[in-house]
Each structure stands twice: as C-alpha cells, then as structure tokens.
Design a protein around this ligand. Sequence first.
Ligand SMILES: C[S@@+](CC[C@H](N)C(=O)[O-])C[C@H]1O[C@@H](n2cnc3c(N)ncnc32)[C@H](O)[C@@H]1O
Length: 224
Amino acid sequence: MSEQRSRSAATTHGEISHPVFAAVYDLCPEPAVVEAERAYLARDLSGRVLELGCGTGDMFPFAVDAAADDLEYHAIEPDPHMRKRAANAARETGLAVDLRDARAESLPYPDESFDIVLAGVVFCTIQDPDAALEEVVRVLKPGGEFRFLEHVHADGWRGTGQELLDPLWKRGAGGCHLTRETVARFVSHDGLAVEEIDRLDIGVFPATPIVRGTLRRRQSGVLG
Ligand SMILES: C[S@@+](CC[C@H](N)C(=O)[O-])C[C@H]1O[C@@H](n2cnc3c(N)ncnc32)[C@H](O)[C@@H]1O
C-alpha cells in the first residue's frame, strides 16, 4: 500500500476511507454518549426508513427492537471500513438492511421514496451538508419524518474553543467538524416543518451541545 493510500483521510480524490477511525469508533466517547438517545431516533420505526452514514451499525439493534412488521430498513455508508462493520452488525442483530455504498449528497433513491430518514451524528461529517439536506427533502415522502441527533457549534467560549480545535479534531475524528450550525440549517429549509427540537444535557466538550429533533417534509411547499 502506498503512503498516500495508507493515510487515514478523505484523499484528494474524494475517497472516504478512515480504517483506524472505523476500528476504534465504538471505543470513542461519542457513541457511548449518544447511546441512550438512539431509542429516540428508532421509536416506532415503520415503512421505508433510510439511515444516513450508518457507521459501524450502532443504530441497528435499536431498529430491531422498535421495528414494526412493515419496516424496510435502508442505510448508506461511503467508508468501506465502516460499511464492513455495519454489514457484520446487521448480521449479528438480525436486521435486514439494504446497505449501500453512497454519500448523503447523492442518494441513489427515487424522489419521495422514504417515510423516515435518520441522521445520527453524521451531519458533522458529511462534506457538503447543504447538498445532503436537499437530498433528504427530495427522498422523503410528503409528510415523512426527518429525525436527527447531532452535536453542533456551541456559543461563547466553548464555540471559540471548538473553532480552534476543529482543524486537529477533523483529522483525528474521521472528518468530523465541531463547528457545524446544523440545527439552523435544518430549521431554515423551506421544505421542512419543525415538529420538535431538544437540546440535550449530555455530551463531553468539545463535541457538545448535542441536539435531537424531528422535522416533517412539507406537502409540496405548503405547511405539512
Ligand atoms: C461520527 S460517524 C457516525 C456513524 C453513525 N451514524 C452513528 O450514529 O454512530 C460519521 C459517519 O458518517 C460517514 N460519512 C462521511 N461522509 C459521509 C457522506 N458524505 N455521506 C454519508 N455519510 C458520510 C462516515 O463514514 C461515518 O461512518
């Protein structure tokens, strides 16, 4: 393997490959911190569901526990090292997952084809979050739900600290950014109506605050 190929980073060619991060991800504080909130994302899952950037498949056991009989679970994950672990997790949990190699910015699904889209600590990492949000709105059925659990840019000195740490953090944490204004991005999208948003009292600086919420795809541009 060449020096360039072995580097754990999105390469200049845009490849997403973080073997070390994938290997240690489940030992990091973040998955443990958000564990208790995964049930929020997975509540009453039914119909066609899409998980963005499923990582090692940490959502899968929650999906199994909450699944209705008609659940059809789809997931995308562009990093091959994460995807391999997710495929193992699907086998171990017994969840039937249609797992694809794709990016959130370019979803390989038709318009209005999902009842629910899930995003768990992934909009911090997606390279073009605006393009990804457009895709979420495109693939959701009118009235469909977009459920998220994300860490976002903090206010005050914590926010300043995140700005200083971000270049280093991004390199060590698989491309994750500390300074994304994710909730502001979501609530300002014309195609989505806010159902609920809660700032949670969990997390460890610098990946705080953590916010969870549900938005609903509006019916063809009018309030859903
Ligand atoms: C912090 S991990 C979170 C994994 C998982 N969602 C969870 O809840 O544990 C971020 C994930 O986003 C994936 N990712 C990176 N760029 C992406 C993109 N453009 N579209 C979708 N997923 C992406 C990474 O490979 C990684 O698996």
